[in-house]
Ligand binder design. Structure first.
Ligand code: CS2
Length: 507
């Protein structure tokens, strides 16, 4: 079978002839006003869609997006031959009509292109970021991690001729310095990652990087940033699994074009944005985003309920051999644990915004997880647990312990992460490809405990992992209630269970 031609402005008419709907705006008429750092599937299914809808609603054309790939040129090489066009395949119950998006007008690769020059362009007034937890390279205090070789190289090379920054913060600060020295216009830096107070986190990171530059340049730049740059916080929500080849085949079959950059997403989407912009913004409010003075109540609800339950299902589900989140939540024991984490452990720690009813939110989250069409892999959500758990789960743990209660289910999420890390296999002994930036370090510390761990190893496993202060701080390792909860869960999770026939998705 011959491969259909690539999706592009040139092949759009033939795809339209096969029923593909044109983007809601004219891509060719857009000028770039936004740079997005980290143009993975999530951005394409979320902010890029909101931006296109906002431009269509407001009849504006000056907020086209330049997407930047962070680690490799892969996404650039997918999108550039397609003139930035791609489809979003919405997967849920009901209609599955693919949506063609045209708001991405340029794609650059940090590794090869001059991203700083693009960021310094005065027409760019908003920079959005989805660089994942690890992209920020924070130390325990929220400052740039000076042990990180990339951060150190960017500090040393700052403003040096020919230095191409490698880190997110180094890139942003180089661009800010160039804007200040050139036209002097500020802009807004908008983190869209799952971090509490993501705007404040980014502000502290950028300011900390400026402060680490040699004086007086760094101090002056920090003062300029404080005056001219805003850092709105945001809460993003949409489940976006990794695209599979079958998704690309579906587009080829239906529309007769090859879309190498197709993304899959659930129907639900939400964006809560702190309305604090230094140089204007698209009319995202007209595209369904909630612009508000304070996103904090929304953020805590999302991270401590949805993301925490997602992580619990990812770890316990992966261990039980479930390939997808939908399969994990179809397991009554795991669904009950996810519900209990949200209802018994996390909800009492939350003060939801007016109009948001927590039990309805929890039910909706479980229904979204159960979406059988999404194919969201447990191992995708399980990735980077050492960075995610402190954000999603340990706040609940601390608040419940301070209130004198036992965070049983939150501890289960942490214990299941520990078992996944130490054993790296399902209950029925299949190898699991665990991803975590601390994996090597933690497995070295665990040493022989990683070799076929048994229930009686639980106390030692917990002692080693709970002692990692980068994850658990100085307080939790010393908390006997938490330690005992973890030990009991780890011992139980390591106890062999009678083998069931097959527990993978779709079985
Ligand atoms: C998930 C999130 O991969 C993960 O860690 O928990 O990406 C989740 O799908 C989104 O936050 C949903 O908005």
């Amino acid at each position: 079978m011959s491969v259909p031609p690539r999706l592009s402005m040139a092949t759009l008419p033939s795809a339209a002839g096969a029923g593909m709907r044109a983007p809601r705006i004219d891509p060719a008429a857009l000028d770039i006003g936004i740079v997005h750092l980290g143009i993975g599937a999530f951005h394409r299914a979320h902010q890029a869609v909101y931006t296109e809808d906002a431009l269509a609603a407001a009849g504006e054309s000056d907020w086209g997006i330049c997407g930047v790939t962070q680690r490799s040129a892969h996404v650039r090489d997918q999108l550039v031959p397609q003139d930035g066009l791609y489809t979003v395949l919405q997967r849920g119950t009901g209609a599955r009509e693919p949506r063609l998006v045209g708001s991405v007008r340029q794609v650059l690769a940090t590794t090869e292109d001059d991203v700083v020059a693009r960021l310094a362009d005065p027409a760019v007034r908003v920079v959005t970021l989805t660089v994942t937890e690890k992209g920020y390279r924070l130390d325990r205090h929220g400052e740039p991690d000076l042990r990180d070789a990339g951060v150190r190289a960017d500090l040393a090379g700052h403003a040096g001729a020919g230095h191409r920054p490698r880190t997110v913060v180094g890139t942003l600060v180089s661009a800010l310095a160039r804007r200040r020295a050139g036209h002097g216009r500020g802009l807004s830096l908008v983190s869209c990652d799952n971090l509490p107070g993501n705007g404040s986190v980014l502000r502290k990171l950028v300011t900390g990087f400026c402060a680490a530059l040699p004086a007086p340049g760094g101090e002056d730049l920090a003062a300029w940033v404080a005056r001219e740059v805003s850092f709105p916080s945001t809460v993003v929500d949409r489940m976006v699994p990794t695209t599979r080849s079958g998704d690309r085949d579906e587009i080829a079959r239906t529309f007769g074009v090859t879309d190498a950059a197709v993304v899959v997403a659930e129907p639900f989407r939400q964006w809560v944005v702190q309305d604090d912009f230094a140089a204007g913004r698209p009319a995202w409010d007209r595209a369904g985003a909630l612009l508000t003075a304070d996103v904090t109540p929304y953020e805590a609800v999302k991270l401590r309920l949805l993301n925490a339950a997602h992580s619990l299902l990812a770890y316990t589900g992966a261990l039980a051999g479930h390939e997808t989140i939908a399969a994990a939540v179809a397991d009554p024991e795991l669904a009950a644990a996810a519900a209990a984490l949200m209802v018994h452990d996390a909800s009492p720690t939350l003060r939801p915004p007016a109009g948001l009813e927590l039990s309805g939110y929890c039910d909706a989250v479980l229904r979204r997880f159960a979406n059988p069409a999404l194919g969201h892999r447990t191992l995708q959500v399980a990735a980077d647990g050492s960075l995610k758990l402190p954000i999603r789960v340990l706040g609940t743990v601390r608040d419940r312990l301070a209130a004198g209660t036992e965070p049983t289910w939150a501890a289960l999420a942490v214990a299941a992460w520990m078992v996944l890390l130490v054993r790296g296999r399902t209950d029925d002994d299949r190898v699991l490809a665990v991803e975590d930036p601390m994996l090597g370090h933690l497995r070295t510390q665990l040493g022989r405990l990683c070799d076929r761990p048994r229930p009686h190893d639980a106390a030692r496993i917990v002692a080693v992992l709970l002692g990692v202060t980068e994850i658990f701080g100085d307080d939790l390792p010393a908390h006997p209630v938490f330690r005992d909860l973890l030990t009991a869960h780890v011992a139980r999770l390591l106890t062999p269970t009678p083998r069931r026939p097959s527990r993978s998705a779709g079985s």
